[in-house]
Design a protein. Structure first.
Length: 84
């Protein structure tokens, strides 16, 4: 059993990381973070450098300044998330 050798296909891994399924998964995680925040936030999903990426940004000036003061996005995405 110790003779098992696993070889990864780099092209296959990159294809997986940029697939629609992974992009949907990342978008759902970003939407969960936004739903736990108060204020207006936007989620934008793209594929950058061969990987699915979701960006969260403020949608208005009031939310921007509130986030600067309270670090709401960092708290929503950090390891000590609020329970939902």
């Amino acid at each position: 059993m110790n003779d098992v050798k696993i070889e990864l296909d780099s092209a296959g891994i990159m294809q997986l990381l940029s697939s629609n399924e992974v992009q949907s998964f990342v978008t759902n995680i970003a939407n969960d973070c936004v739903s736990s925040c108060s204020g207006k936030y936007e989620v934008q999903s793209t594929v950058k450098s061969g990987r699915a990426v979701a960006n969260i940004k403020t949608a208005d000036k009031e939310t921007y300044y509130k986030n600067l003061k309270t670090n709401e996005l960092i708290k929503a995405t950090g390891p000590n998330k609020r329970s939902r």
